[in-house]
Design a protein around this ligand. Structure first.
Ligand code: THU
Length: 130
């Protein structure tokens, strides 16, 4: 299934009663399988989780750890960018050259590489010598 269709479908299930901002994310893993996630908010606001985090959790729960492409969609005026925390989560499982497509329901799209989303990322190599 195309990532756009998968992300739009899961976005419908977003639980966003506080922000009213529904987000859908879909990623393709190394096996070719698509994993999806939506944002899940909580009355204790910081406990809410992003769509990207949900898709990544679904991938890892299925036994995969390599993202080969990703797409995020929301009803925003311009393509929706992942938050800072999600950029770090994506970088954990995707090489720098992996493409993340940011989409607005109005049709606007922007394609960014993971190393553009999170330049200078903290990585395991920074702990060498510990
Ligand atoms: N949100 C995501 O799920 N992903 C993003 O890329 C941006 C923000 C969610 C978090 C919260 O539920 C709502 O959007 C408003 O911030």
């Amino acid at each position: 299934m195309p990532l756009y269709d998968a992300a739009c479908a899961v976005r419908e299930n977003a639980y966003a009663p506080y922000s009213r901002f529904k987000v859908g994310a879909a990623l393709r893993a190394a096996s070719g399988k698509v994993y999806t996630g939506c944002n899940v908010e909580n009355v204790a606001y910081p406990e809410g989780t992003c769509a990207e985090a949900g898709a990544i959790a679904s991938m890892v729960a299925a036994g995969e750890t390599v993202i080969t492409e990703m797409l995020v969609v929301a009803d925003s005026p311009s393509p929706v960018p992942p938050c800072g925390g999600c950029r770090q989560k994506i970088a954990e499982f995707a090489r720098g050259d992996v493409q993340v497509t940011l989409v607005a329901l109005n049709g606007a799209r922007q394609v960014m590489r993971v190393d553009e989303l999170l330049p200078g990322a903290f990585g395991a190599g920074h702990m060498d010598g510990v």
